[in-house]
Design a protein around this ligand. Sequence first.
Ligand code: FAD
Ligand code: EPU
Length: 337
Amino acid sequence: MNILENISLKAYNTFGIDKSARFFTEAKSIDELKEALVWAKNQKIKALILGGGSNILLTQNLDTLVIKIEIEGIKIIGETDESYLVEVGAGVNWHQLVLTAIENNWAGIENLSLIPGTVGASPMQNIGAYGVEIKDVFWSLKALNIDSLKIEEFNADECQFGYRESVFKNKLKDKYVICSVVFRLKKEPEYHIEYGAIQETLESSGINELSLKAISDAVVQIRQSKLPNPKEIGNAGSFFKNPTIPNTHFEQLKSQYPSIPGYPNEEGIKVPAAWLIEQCGWKGKRFGEIGVHSKQPLVLVNFGDGDGNDIKKLAEKIQHSVLEKFDISIQPEVNFL
Ligand code: FAD
Ligand code: EPU
């Protein structure tokens, strides 16, 4: 185990915030992970688990041992007539898994192309895009209990998946390290092209025959046209979750703002936070080194030397203005550290 001291985390978070970790190590196996957790316990400091750093906002230097999960491996562990069970190490890059699935004709995650980060973090907030969430293909996961240092297995019910939610973000927060995830990927694809601009993009690219690769390419094209590339402009994707409001509240807003978009779900009407934020005048606004993205106001950005606390304050101002104007409380998706 190689423990480094006072390491800048700038290269380890897609927001590109320059805060440091008092101690830093990488875990390439469960044994290395256990060793690092024991070391932190002996030093009486907390451990912080890091994947690709694409859903965190650093607001301070971390007086912890940051453990970057690097557990690799993609293997088939079971098969039925319809599907493969594929076990994937927590450190595998998510998009790399999507590309491997497409190469092998394993269907189900093509709509989730180009989401940054690691496989181990994917159940944390039940990642989703273009009509698919990982809960749709999730089979089970293995996680290390930080107290007992024993591996435990969780099925889908036990993970309590919701929209950008799981038990690991709530009741079991900071209690487990996800070490591997098993996905059930289909042998025969079921294409999901109804969401967003997928159909349109396929048509404009002259694609008549659907394939996993065609869908993945379309999703990549749409995402690249809207979302800033973290290598160029620091960001963590959507900063806020899309709120769901009661039908009566939506009707009331609709009479005042006829163009308000809304999508019914089991709990009410989901309203795009991007629309609410744009209506409050934030889209494309820049404040020194930080700002609100010009193409997607749900994305807060760091132009270079931005500070995590300034982004936090900007987020609070945005929340406040949306609450004042629409009486809707929008909640962050990003994890504050
Ligand atoms: P990190 O940021 O490293 O960690 C996130 C949280 O999970 C932290 O609390 C961390 O402690 C914890 N964690 C990480 N790994 C583990 C582990 N193995 N065990 C236990 N806890 C762990 N998300 C979507 O859902 N849909 C999108 O379409 C989407 N688009 C994005 C686009 C861009 C440009 C960016 C920058 C982000 C986007 N995201 C999206 C958010 C992000 O990619 C996902 O949340 C991703 O799953 C985060 O993975 P990560 O490895 O970077 O996690
Ligand atoms: N909109 C505006 N102004 C804009 C942009 C969008 O008003 O400048 C409104 C439009 O009404 C548009 C709607 O917002 O139809 C939705 O926009 P978009 O399709 O870009 O999706 P989103 O709701 O902003 C969500 C996810 C993304 C995911 C996409 C595609 C959340 C919080 N975000 O974004 O996930 O990739 O849908 O499925 O649910 C992430 O979680 O980090 C993330 C990027």
